[in-house]
Design a protein around this ligand. Structure first.
Ligand code: 13P
Length: 248
């Protein structure tokens, strides 16, 4: 039985004031029980965020981490530093980083090792572009991304994977529940093949324009174990509605 997980990726949004307000609204709510919840503000807001949500049902995550433990890596933040300020989760390989920071599968694999070593729980993102879907290569792209990032990982229990079709991110175009379910089921088979470990317990999140009005239909699919939410995670009522949909 996989516990549903709903994670808010706040991307490069907010200020100290708005982060505090949003988190205060979340932690003062009482969502349905049984769903694990995390939010991922920017690095700079993490410390302050922890003072607001530190001991609540909302866990903290980061949006990235360095592959290195320490040293001459100007501008980078290590996984251990994130753990020290209260992070339990880290998003790795988001398509915006693959696209704009040229992150390769090999780099994401190195970050994954660093995150696990520091005790963070990684959420590894994969997903195809519109062009790749139209060309019929979506499954090949996703399985190559999984293989590239996860080679050698044997601890799938701690790992979360997110399927985020690039064409659905921030566009209002959600994958249909059937499209998402088909890919999630395929990914579960891939995960087992790549790692040689049973992936029945591995949570696979869907991300890409998840909103209160489409969440329930996604969550009833047997291989969709929660969501990685962008825009709707910035509105407390919407994020809470998505959490409640995951509990139902
Ligand atoms: P949206 O929910 O805004 O489409 O963003 C999804 C996402 O990129 C989460 O990581």
């Amino acid at each position: 039985m996989r516990q549903p997980l709903v994670v808010g990726n706040w991307k490069m949004q907010g200020s100290l004031v708005s982060v505090e307000a949003l988190l205060s609204d979340l932690v003062s709510a009482t969502p349905a029980a049984g769903v694990e919840v995390a939010v991922c503000p920017t690095f700079i807001h993490l410390g302050h965020a922890f003072t607001v949500c530190g001991h609540s049902f909302v866990a903290l995550g980061a949006q990235d981490c360095s592959h290195a433990k320490s040293g001459a890596h100007t501008g980078e933040v290590s996984a251990a530093m994130l753990a020290e300020v209260g992070c339990r989760w880290v998003i790795l390989g988001h398509s915006e980083r693959r696209q704009h920071q040229d992150e390769s599968d090999a780099l994401i694999a190195a970050k994954l090792v660093a995150a696990v070593e520091a005790g963070l729980r990684p959420i590894v993102c994969v997903g195809e572009t519109r062009q790749q879907r139209d060309a019929g290569t979506a499954q090949a792209v996703v399985s190559a991304q999984l293989a590239g990032a996860l080679q050698g990982q044997a601890n799938l229990g701690q790992l979360v994977v997110a399927y985020e079709p690039v064409w659905a991110i921030g566009t209002g175009l959600t994958a249909t529940p059937e499209q998402a379910q088909q890919m999630h089921a395929f990914m579960r088979v891939c995960l087992a093949k790549i790692t040689g470990v049973d992936a029945t317990a591995t949570r696979i999140l869907y991300g890409g324009s998840v909103k209160p009005d489409n969440a329930a239909n996604l969550f009833v699919q047997p291989d969709i174990d929660g969501a990685l939410v962008g825009g709707a995670a910035l509105v407390a009522a919407d994020f809470l509605a998505i959490i409640n949909a995951a509990a139902a």
